[in-house]
Design a protein around this ligand. Sequence first.
Ligand SMILES: [Cu+2]
Length: 121
Amino acid sequence: MALKDRRPDRTVTLRLTGSMSKYDWAINGRRYAPSHRYPVRAGERVRLVFVNDTTMWHPMHLHGHTFALPGGGPRKDTAVVLPGKRLEVDFDADNPGLWMVHCHNVYHAESGMMTVLGYRR
Ligand SMILES: [Cu+2]
């Protein structure tokens, strides 16, 4: 089930930040806080841009959706973002709710490398 070819309506940049020594893993320099959400609208094609500013691998996982690399490929819910690299993924906002995006290395997620995308129907 490939995503239909479509230009993104919205781009959300999520910089992966933090270090082993401080153990301050975060997204855009901000540790997870339930009150902070990245807005998305129902029906949009959303592009997530992961920019890994750290020296570690981060398998980034999105709840409630599957994403694909722009231009095709299989749909997944997790993709590894290599140290110092950038990775773009597209998904369709077709499942309203509050959805976590987080590093699937649970030690990183628990220290703060997670956030929420939210939208209503
Ligand atoms: Cu991580």
